[in-house]
Design a protein around this ligand. Structure first.
Ligand code: RP5
Length: 180
């Protein structure tokens, strides 16, 4: 990280709405990913999804990554959102160590426009899938997590349907104002 290292409590404090009985785990390789990843946390919060957020680095804290991934199911997580930049191994390594669905967010770094992160995450070899969203699009990662929860929980299913219909209304209103 560039400045102060964020330990767990600080990382959770940095994102209001983080819960003690999380269904979704939001992890990232570095505190420098937090500005991007907090966009996803805001979505989870707005849908009322219990989530947690912390820093887990595949390269700098490999033991912590193994512990996080292997303990995630027994802690009640249903889905993991993992953001990382550069040689972004985190989502793929976590997916290799848990049967839970993993959504990868390629975080744009200071070089290569985030294409390095995108390729690292999207090019998972056969057998270990990572659902990859667009560069820096933690918003879509969180929306996908809500849809995963909605596939077995009607509460989140309805919330997603409402979100989609409001989004549609928003566009139709704008179109109307333009006179078409
Ligand atoms: C990755 O390296 C992190 O996910 C981050 O995107 C990138 C740079 O990390 P810092 O050097 O800013 O800590 O592991």
């Amino acid at each position: 990280g560039k400045s102060d290292k964020l330990e767990e409590p600080e990382a959770n404090k940095a994102v209001a709405g983080a819960s003690s009985k999380p269904l979704v785990g939001v992890i990232m390789g570095s505190d420098s990913d937090l500005p991007v990843m907090s966009l996803g946390c805001n979505i989870l919060k707005s849908f009322g999804v219990p989530f947690e957020v912390t820093i887990v680095s595949a390269h700098r804290t490999p033991q912590r990554m193994v512990k996080y991934a292997t303990e995630a199911p027994e802690r009640g997580l249903r889905c993991i959102i993992a953001g990382a930049g550069g040689a972004a191994h985190l989502p793929g390594m976590v997916a290799a160590m848990t049967p839970l669905p993993v959504i990868g967010v390629p975080v744009k770094g200071s070089t290569l426009d985030g294409v390095d992160s995108l390729y690292s995450i999207v090019q998972m070899p056969r057998g270990v899938p990572v659902a990859t969203v667009a560069i820096n699009n933690a918003t879509n990662a969180a929306l996908l997590a809500v849809r995963i929860l909605g596939s077995f929980d009607p509460v989140y299913f309805s919330k997603m349907a409402k979100y989609m219909s409001e989004m549609e209304d928003g566009v139709l209103e704008k179109a109307e104002r333009l006179g078409s």
